[in-house]
Design a protein around this ligand. Sequence first.
Ligand SMILES: NC(=O)c1ccc[n+]([C@@H]2O[C@H](COP(=O)([O-])OP(=O)(O)OC[C@H]3O[C@@H](n4cnc5c(N)ncnc54)[C@H](OP(=O)(O)O)[C@@H]3O)[C@@H](O)[C@H]2O)c1
Length: 246
Amino acid sequence: MITTGTVLVVGGTSDIGRATALRYAQAGWAVQLAARNLLEAQRNADDIAIRTGAKVSVHYLDVLETQRFDEFTDSLSPAPDTVICLIGDLGDQYRAQSDPEYATNVLRTNFEGPALLLDIFAERFEARGSGSIIGVSSVAGDRGRASNYIYGSAKAGLSASLSGLRNRLAKAGIHVMTVKPGFVETKMTVGLKLPTLLTAKPDQVARAILSGQASHRNTVYVKPIWLVIMLIINLLPESIFKRLSI
Ligand SMILES: NC(=O)c1ccc[n+]([C@@H]2O[C@H](COP(=O)([O-])OP(=O)(O)OC[C@H]3O[C@@H](n4cnc5c(N)ncnc54)[C@H](OP(=O)(O)O)[C@@H]3O)[C@@H](O)[C@H]2O)c1
């Protein structure tokens, strides 16, 4: 099992990503931040390096540029031991329902890009015989709801892809972990009214990722109450579920 090494945080400007990179750096990992906004990623890198003394580097990545994934992966030196993908875009459900081009962007950002990128790392980790793959998905992917089913269906795709990777890579000793944070207070949810009991801070997610990896978890619900909620929601018959406004 990998306990330290180099971690690649994909989504190096994400609030959860920044907290996660800091926790890994504090635990002795070297950190690579991948982001499309290099200025902001560099600010995060400098902050983490000053606070922890860890080696932190910054790398350009737009997750929609799938044709550049091989080049991106080749450019990482050293090759990471762990990759954590935190890229996501909640999008505007109402706009996405009637604007296919916009919806395509949301679907590609949350599903196609992350899933295909993690596939590239899977191939390399499998050939090397070591590595950990961590994908941040969402409870929104556990059952489609009117309020966010474009985002939710993309996250459902990502969860299925991570499950497939786990099934494929178990024999090769590659750990694949799916993280479902529930609500988190970040720039993604600014302006939304979130129930305190069900809402995590970015650092709680970061700690759950670090400890989940250390204990080799398959799926992590950051706040365990979400596992119970989603079990109940998934058990509801469709005849009842379709009438609910949740
Ligand atoms: N916040 C929540 O309540 C919540 C709940 C469940 C799951 N999650 C998931 O947790 C992860 C982190 O989210 P967060 O809450 O930390 O939100 P965030 O701060 O808005 O982070 C989203 C990240 O995705 C990046 N991104 C979006 N499109 C990209 C692209 N085309 N190429 C490269 N990077 C791109 C953003 O980069 P830019 O800075 O360049 O935009 C940003 O780093 C996401 O996967 C999200 O779906 C969040």
